[in-house]
Design a protein around this ligand. Sequence first.
Ligand SMILES: [Zn+2]
Ligand SMILES: [Zn+2]
Length: 441
Amino acid sequence: MSAHGLPLDIVDRIMTFCPTFGTLQSIILVSKAFHRVFQTRPNASTSITQAVMYNIVGPALPQALRTVRYRHDYSRRSDDSVAIVMDEPCLEDNTHGFITVEEQQKLQENSRVAAALEDVYSVTNKDRTSKISVLTSDESWRFRRAMYRIMLYCKQFPGLRFDLYDDDYIEELRQQRTAALAEYPTDELLQLHSVVKFLRNIFVSLSGTDSPPTNALLSTGPSDALRAWEARNYSVLEDDPDFVDDMPFEDDENNPNFVGYLSLPFANIWTARNIAPPKEEEPASKWILDQVNGANDTCSQCSHPGGLTLYTEANWHRFPVILGNLLKENLKHNPTITQPFFAATAHLDNADDLGPFIGDLFALRTTAFDGWRREDSYCAACLTRFLEEHLWVWWFKERVKGGWTPPADCWYGWNCRTQINKRSHADMMNHLCAPMKGDAT
Ligand SMILES: [Zn+2]
Ligand SMILES: [Zn+2]
């Protein structure tokens, strides 16, 4: 492409459409006209950079920029004193001026985190049928504005500040946290509260217990919440360099510095403003979403009222399952079956590959399941039943595909008990089949 002969304002305008800084860099490198704009007109280059930044970050740009511009300087803290010196963040409307390359990179990275978390929020709180966010532009703006503010808060109060136990220190820390949140108007604070609830729900969903150490975990910040979600385990966060020592989160949870990490400042503000606190049972969609899709949907097979927790193609990959447990009846105790089965499917347990795999099982649908369409929604119990009834069929076909010649069917099929403790029988007969007789002993 040549930009020669184009009026300067058109050149400027074209550059403002770049979707990323990488694209902007590319067109500057390949075209003299674009390059000249950047070299000779600093005002134009600043406004172009800002326009591109807006393309990347969207209307939450003031909050995003403020977050990357906040710097903490721990060297200024004196351990001889309980006073905590904390840098004040710049104001949210301070989005002018030159944006450094380092700031550009951090903006892009934080924007990636906010977008990825919005996708998770969307499929878990807005619409379970899409992996990609379907939030409206207003909903997305509320969500991301709150998310960047949480990023800033976690940057202001990271775990490594919490190495003191002095009562005065803790009191001052709590006051600082309250002051940091108190600058936001009440409606935006309620939105922030909902996004915190969403992040907390991520950790709860990963923990398998009712009370994971959410205060300590939340302090690691949104990017780590995303990292834990993607790893399906929050123990990956123990390498967080901002975190105090190498202590497990469970121990830190009892450290008074972590107690009420966000809930105490919220409680202080609700009291000071004389407003009713959000209710514990309110969903994380409240205050952020104008509409939730499919909130009253039911399971297509049993009419269980699952709403957003129902399973559909977009969230199959998050179905919590150990496939080996779903082999039918006594098949799961037959080593002739299980050893190669585990080897072939270990990578599917609680992994992204599980989604396409469940799709493959729908392609093998047996006649008894004629009415079960892959695009329908299922409760956990019905999806489990479907997997149980098709996993062994898949494994039979898979083994044949791999060159296995099935021996004669055992009369008792998957119900056979001899297959469990008599290896020669397990090897000699095929058990990946329906029983032709009952009561095998
Ligand atoms: Zn069901
Ligand atoms: Zn048998």
